[in-house]
Design a protein around this ligand. Sequence first.
Ligand code: GLC
Length: 434
Amino acid sequence: MKELVKAKQIIKNNWRDGFTIPTSKLYPFQWMWDSGFVALGTSTYDIRMSLSEIKKMFSGQWKNGMLPHILFHSENEKTYFPNFDFWNSQVNFGAPVSPKSSGITQPAVFGFILRDILKTHWSNPDVKDFIKSIYPKLINYHRFLYDYRDPNKEGLFFIYHPWESGRDNSPLWDESMDRIVIKPGSIPAYQRRDTSIANEDERPTQDKYDRYVYLLELGKKYKYDGKEIAEESPFLIQDSMMNAILIKSNDCLIEMADDLNLDAKQVVEWQGLSKSNYDKKLWNEELGIYVGYDLRAEKQVMHKEIGGLVPLFAQIPDTARANKLNAYLKDLSERGFYLCPSFDVDSPHFDSKRYWRGPVWPQMNWMIYQGLILYGFQKTADILKADFNTLVHKLGFFEYFESQKSKVEQLNKGYGGNNFSWTASSYIHLNQGE
Ligand code: GLC
């Protein structure tokens, strides 16, 4: 298949010194959850690349266990904002001097990624040794989320910056972000870089960007330590997707402990509380989907969006709830959308082109696909995979894609960055063996 060859070539071109960048120019460093998805793809044809990618990510782990959302392996690259000097993560005593990093995290994907790798490479002793050596670091990362980000000990951790959620510009965050008032002098002067590389109408607005910088500064003020941030941040959310991914990765840590004779006692404890509170606190009957919880406003975040489907992947919903999620996807498909739009197509905030406000994202499709299979929703899973393949074949290996079928007909390329690593790796993993 010529696309598979192309996909591998993209990853090869994005390969730097032992890891991949998501795409050149727009994202020239190592991003945390991108890295995980790339390792998943490369594990199907070059296990050394895959393990090297993960090892490189963990080389940036902080003493408190945090895995930063960006590792700036190269300090000479000046084209990105906010760069390592703006983050100044050294304010936290446990941040490594090298590689330099950002001060926030991203979805906890490595548990389920390593589980997948272990399954496919069960007979490879190097893989087993690697997983055994990285396992305590993974537990430390999960411990960080429970220790620093869960002040009420609910088993549900918070994020204090939309960039942690992986769904940076989703309308989900609008209400909390609007609470932030930017007065003259309340944030330092800065120069955006993204809009000189990608189209402005595909990127967040300036208003939004100021607030991103505000929250970054807040983190810095408290040395990126969650406890004090929790007291002051206007943005404090127990996100549906972030917590579902943690739960999935917890399950995978427990399974790997069984397989490799490791100790997962602590994870079993965390998991009991997380699973039951997730299902209680984050289900919204009216919307028929899981939602986030705004700890500042003390209420659920009332939007239907893609993160609310990820609990399928973590096997959180019972059959009745899972059926509702499946019905939602089937309906979207019948109404002329490629699966899966990142935001509620009936909301006034829906925008099928703009960053996280409606387009389709490759790695999201990968997770939801797995979730649908786990529940036996084979037909919807097949549609979702076929949709993703159609988008890639017609529009290329872009960062994300138009979700309205009628609009796709008029297009010949996707949105955001081109030759994108996780688009290539999700494609490889979903189509392996074909
Ligand atoms: C954007 C996405 C984020 C991703 C990063 C690199 O910031 O919102 O999820 O990790 O790009 O691809």
